[in-house]
Design a protein around this ligand. Sequence first.
Ligand code: BGC
Ligand code: NOJ
Length: 812
Amino acid sequence: MRYGFFDDQQREYVIQRPDTPLPWINYLGMENYFGLISNTAGGYSFYQDARLRRLTRYRYNNVPLDMGGRYIYLRDDADGTYWSPTWMPTRDDLAEYTCRHGMGYTRIGSAYHDIRADICYFVPLGETLEIWDLTLENQSPSSRSLSVFSSVEFCLWEAVDDATNFQRNLNIGEVEVEGSVIYHKTEYRERRNHFAYFACSEPLAGYETQREAFLGPYRGWENPLAVEMGECSNSLRVGWSPVGVHHIRISLMPGEKQRVIFLLGYHENPTAEKFYTRGTQTLNKRTVAPIINSYLQSGVVDQTFCDLRNVWDDLLGGLQVESPNEHVNRMVNIWNAYQTMVTFNLSRSASYFESGIGRGMGFRDSNQDLLGFVHMVPERARQRILDLAATQLKNGGAYHQYQPLTKRGNDAVGGNFNDDPAWLVLSAAAYLKETADWGILDELVPYENQPGTETRLLEHLERCIQYILDRIGPHGLPLMGRADWNDCLNLNTFSATPGESFQTTTNRDGRVAESVVIGALFTLAAHELAQITAIIGQDEKSMRLQGLADGMAATVRRFGWDGTWFLRAYDHFGNPVGSKSCEEGKIFIEPQGLCVMAGIGIKESLAEKALKSVERHLATDHGILLLQPPYQSYHLHLGEISSYPPGYKENASVFCHTNPWVMIAEAILGHGEQALDYYLRINPSKREVMSDLHRCEPYVYAQMIAGKDADHFGEAKNSWLTGTASWNYVAITQWILGIRPDYQGLRLEPVIPLDWDGYRAVRKFRGVTYEIEVRRIGSGNQVSISVDGEAVQGSIIPETGNDHVKVVAALE
Ligand code: BGC
Ligand code: NOJ
């Protein structure tokens, strides 16, 4: 069953009923100001950092689900009827409800009692504010008098403190109202120089700034007293819970329309100019006033909305494909690319499954998120690589995450993940392949953000390799540390204390537990760095690195092979994990994909065997399981992985992040059919028809789909912020469609299924637009390329000096 449809022309998903199985959300903003918005206008906003600069409150775990957001109430002043045009929070039986989630905006529209309301929410480029652009239309034959109420609930900035430190916080809330603007300025009197504002284009009939005054005692958002009465009390008190509510009155003749603009924004004043005049506590509005005045004009709103649409034309224009499969086209051209932008911006910080207070920018995660995004805005990817490297430890290791606002490493969410450094090499390699900006290797970057510790980025990458080399176990494989990519395979943790975090609790300094996955990552990373150093003329270094990669590959073949698949690890006692000799967890997906990607065992036919085993033991109709059989009970020596009920999360769900590794591996072995088949099993658009089972948004990937051992096999969870976005983008575009950036240029090596007679694509790469046409003329993957009509050798498209190039690839 479907709850809406894809409008690919508009690049929108159109939701046709408000009661989706879960809130189906979208993101507003792509630079400094962000908002989460659901299909019924739930959600919240923040500046840069969802934890440290939260503008509005949101209650996770609330009932009813998704209560609280950017609500507008309409009231018929003739009879007192009131309703929410976004369905929530009043949940009336709306006519013509639609929600259109688009690229950086969400439009929600509906009709009720012959009043049509449409609201477009978006963040203008370059600004730290969001616009709610409301249009009302009287569709009845008589004139109507309406009240409009807007509402937001302010967060007192630091989201953890806001949700916990009530003895202080109920005393510090402060607001100011001037004209039609409500300013939220809690703690501005002391150390903050930032404030929020909520503005309205119309003169006010009244306002509220106290939640209790607006809602009335013991009431909720579904029946605010002020809305019921049609009158605000102009509350203005210190403390308690500050809100922003505008009340405006509107009369509409039959057929008449009126537009009302609301702005919710964030602004900073220079510390010396915080106040209107010295000695007062009145906000200095001199620098914010022009911004507010400008965006309250409908012409400016229209123009900036148009600018936003155009930016997405450009961003998505970096790669557009026309293949025989609509789900491929839609995801590559629109939604998967869009999701990679969101994961790049937000890492795992804020979604409807990530509270915004737990994690900032993950080291491992951000390096991977960059892989799918780098071609869209290479300059931002460059900065991200430098920011991540600046948090690196001197020994080459990493803080597992950093706060976006401060860009400082933060080990409150754990450390000692021995795979972390490898990912920095892989993201830097992806950046170099896309841009050939070799200068980045010479950038001076500090360690742990400490001035005076700067070295060239190249040395950071070398230290990444060295970090792993310094931690080798008894079989010559890398030591596990707290965990590798799989955060939940905790072989040194031995946690027996209820509630203790597997991510942060004291870990043994394990000298035995080893990871085949880090072995594969090391092989990949050392191989990339060997190529990079060769290109910049450091031959000796390059040879050493290639030797290290080859050596590790040999070790994995020797000690990481279980007969028909790659082993996962050795535990604290030196026993294998992910082996046929285990009772549970006999086979894991990660090493099968990653080892083949690292080229391990291809010549020796181990790769073929490993992938056959994946098909046999792990593949299901809903995607490829992380492991089989699942752990049925908690194992002290395995950690969090065995804490999940069978079929969920790391314990044998379809953990979608890992599936593209197998797709890539299949493509490397030339199996186009199988690669695309796996791709389509988890493709959200393909799964749209079973939305009642899948339940998460059909336009973005979720972290997991419950596995066959779960009681809800096929149900997705943890949508939006997942490495799945980038890796699926890489798998389909670079390995199946085969349009793959390489150090020497753009490579074209499609590995597509037999029943595709080809495809067309436009790819912008290093300033050149490549118009690509792939034609299948035989049944294999052998590619012959011609560029502007001339046959060329090999699969790398040579530079022609032209900035528009036509490439034809024949596959036989
Ligand atoms: C989850 C992992 C996640 C980790 C880090 C665990 O509870 O299962 O998927 O990587 O937390 O936050
Ligand atoms: C989610 C985490 O964000 C990521 O870093 C990790 O690799 C996966 N879970 C697997 O545990």
